[in-house]
Design a protein around this ligand. Structure first.
Ligand code: COA
Length: 142
C-alpha cells in the first residue's frame, strides 16, 4: 500500500471523489456540488493506493495557522477493520506536523468516535447534526 498526497484534478483525485461519494455521501442520499469540489484545491488531499486503486482517503483543511481540520475520512467497505484507517491517520498527522500545525480537529460521525478515540482524539461539547447524522467535535494536540 502506498500513502500519498493527491493532486487536485488528477486521475487519483477523481478516484478519491468516487470513493468519498460511495462511502460517505450516497448512503445518505447526498452528493458533492461542483463548487464544493472546486474549493478543495486549497486543501491537503491524501490517499492510500494499491497500484491505481484507491483504498482510503482523507483531507486536511486549514482552520487557522495552528489548526487543521480532518475531513472526508473513508476506507473502502470491504477493507475496513484491517488497519488502513490507522495508517492513513498516522500519515495525515505526520504531514500536519511537518507543516507546523499543532492541533487536528474534526466533526466526527458519532458511530465512529471509538475509532478516533483509539487514535488519541478527545470529544468536546455536545452532539450536533451535520449532513443529517449525529456528529461530535473531536481534537488532538500534535
Ligand atoms: C472509520 C474508518 C475510517 C476506520 O478505518 P478502519 O481502517 O476501518 O480502521 P482500522 O482498522 O485502522 O482500526 C483501528 C482501530 O480502531 C478500531 N475501530 C475501527 N472502527 C471503529 C469503530 N467504528 N468504532 C470503534 N472502534 C473502531 C479498530 O477495532 C482498531 O482497533 P485496534 O487497533 O485496537 O484493533 C472506516 O471504518 C470507515 O471508512 N468507515 C466508514 C466511513 C466513515 O464513517 N468515515 C468517518 C467519517 S467521520
Amino acid at each position: 500500500m502506498a500513502l500519498k498526497i493527491i493532486e487536485h484534478g488528477s486521475d487519483d483525485y477523481r478516484r478519491m471523489v468516487k470513493l468519498r461519494d460511495d462511502i460517505l455521501r450516497k448512503p445518505l442520499g447526498l452528493n458533492f456540488s461542483e463548487q464544493e469540489l472546486e474549493d478543495e484545491k486549497k486543501h491537503i488531499l491524501i490517499g492510500a493506493f494499491e497500484d491505481d486503486d484507491i483504498l482510503a482517503c482523507c483531507m486536511l483543511v486549514e482552520e487557522d495557522p495552528s489548526t487543521v481540520r480532518l475531513r472526508q475520512m473513508a476506507v473502502l467497505n470491504d477493507l475496513q477493520g484491517k488497519g488502513i484507517g490507522r495508517a492513513l491517520m498516522n500519515f495525515a498527522e505526520n504531514i500536519a506536523r511537518d507543516r507546523g500545525y499543532k492541533c487536528i480537529s474534526m466533526h466526527a460521525r458519532k458511530n465512529v468516535t471509538g475509532f478516533y478515540e483509539k487514535m488519541g482524539y478527545v470529544v468536546s461539547g455536545n452532539e450536533f447534526i451535520e449532513i443529517t447524522i449525529p456528529h461530535l467535535q473531536m481534537d488532538k494536540q500534535l
